[in-house]
Design a protein around this ligand. Structure first.
Ligand code: SF4
Length: 295
């Protein structure tokens, strides 16, 4: 398989085959990411894609129904190209009728309503979107290239097209002292966008991110583990949406899953019980183990 980089997937897609159809990120400048720094975005050669589909077909079973497209932000590719790939997959693996993958909010914005409807009709569903935050100042500082209003507008367009989506929330992105403000602004934007799933991941800064320069210059400092957990609690408390919450990434100090709105109180009670027991140095050690080269 032509998989150029370690790939990140939401847990619900951990077990479907990955197909790399591009490499690089069309944006590539977020301060909290170094996966594609300096690499241009380019579509994978069709011969490579066909070879990989043939390889997946060799072990495919009747349960091989979904393919996870990878390589940065594959939905930045034009629909005509994506449809060609879907045709090639389904010719070789007829059980496949669903496609997911990472997607920037700007990839959605660049597609017309008709193009989104076409993707939905071809089985594109449950897109994984790095929303990260709904706080405009934080999104701008982190060079994410999207605003809270973009999250809401494009989320609503995806719903209108019939495409479910997962929003990532990066707890701690605002840094020291910004957790509560970030939580409240993000809860507002996420509630308006109504993602089907919200995946909470706690920021673990590394020395290889552009953010390391801000840390060295004193223009950004990480929040404490307790403050970040309190931020997550406030975020959950103020969410008004029907979403599945997954807060069980390796980086999350307090881990839980639940369904909003029904499980909200249970999730808050769990956090109220766990937050006073957080050990800052043990949690920091856990971050060292995740990335090795943490701040
Ligand atoms: S959009 Fe995603 S992959 Fe691209 S630079 Fe930002 S975080 Fe990295």
């Amino acid at each position: 398989m032509h998989i150029a980089k370690p790939q990140h997937r939401p847990p619900q897609d951990m077990y479907c085959p990955m197909l790399q159809i591009c490499n690089g990120c069309t944006h590539g400048i977020c301060k909290f990411c170094d996966i594609y720094t300096g690499e241009p975005f380019e579509a994978s050669p069709m011969e490579e894609i066909l070879e990989d589909i043939d390889e997946i077909a060799q072990t495919a079973t009747a349960l091989t129904r979904r393919i996870y497209l990878t390589g940065g932000n594959p939905f930045a590719l034009p629909n005509a190209h994506l449809v060609k790939i879907f045709d090639a997959v389904e010719e070789r693996i007829p059980t496949v009728h669903s496609y997911g993958g990472f997607c920037r909010i700007t990839d959605i914005a660049r597609k017309t309503d008709e193009e989104l409807a076409e993707l939905a009709s071809r089985g594109v569903n449950d897109l994984a979107i790095g929303a990260e935050s709904g706080h405009d100042g934080i999104l701008e500082f982190m060079r994410k290239g999207q605003t809270a209003a973009d999250l809401v507008e494009q989320g609503q367009r995806l719903h209108a097209a019939g495409i479910d989506f997962t929003f990532f929330y990066l707890a701690g992105l605002g840094g020291d002292g910004m957790g509560q403000e970030n939580a409240l602004a993000s809860a507002r934007a996420f509630s308006a966008a109504q993602p089907n799933t919200i995946l909470i991941v706690t920021l673990t800064p590394t020395t290889t991110w552009p953010l390391a320069k801000d840390i060295a210059e004193g223009t950004w400092a990480p929040a404490s583990e307790v403050d970040t957990a309190r931020e997550i609690r406030t975020f959950i408390e103020h969410l008004e949406c029907k979403s599945s919450i997954i807060c069980s990434h390796d980086s999350d100090v307090v881990r839980f899953n639940g369904l909003l709105p029904g499980d909200k109180q249970k999730m808050l009670d769990l956090m109220d019980n766990r937050i006073p027991k957080i050990n800052e140095s043990a949690a920091r050690l856990m971050r060292e183990m995740i990335h090795k080269a943490t701040f």
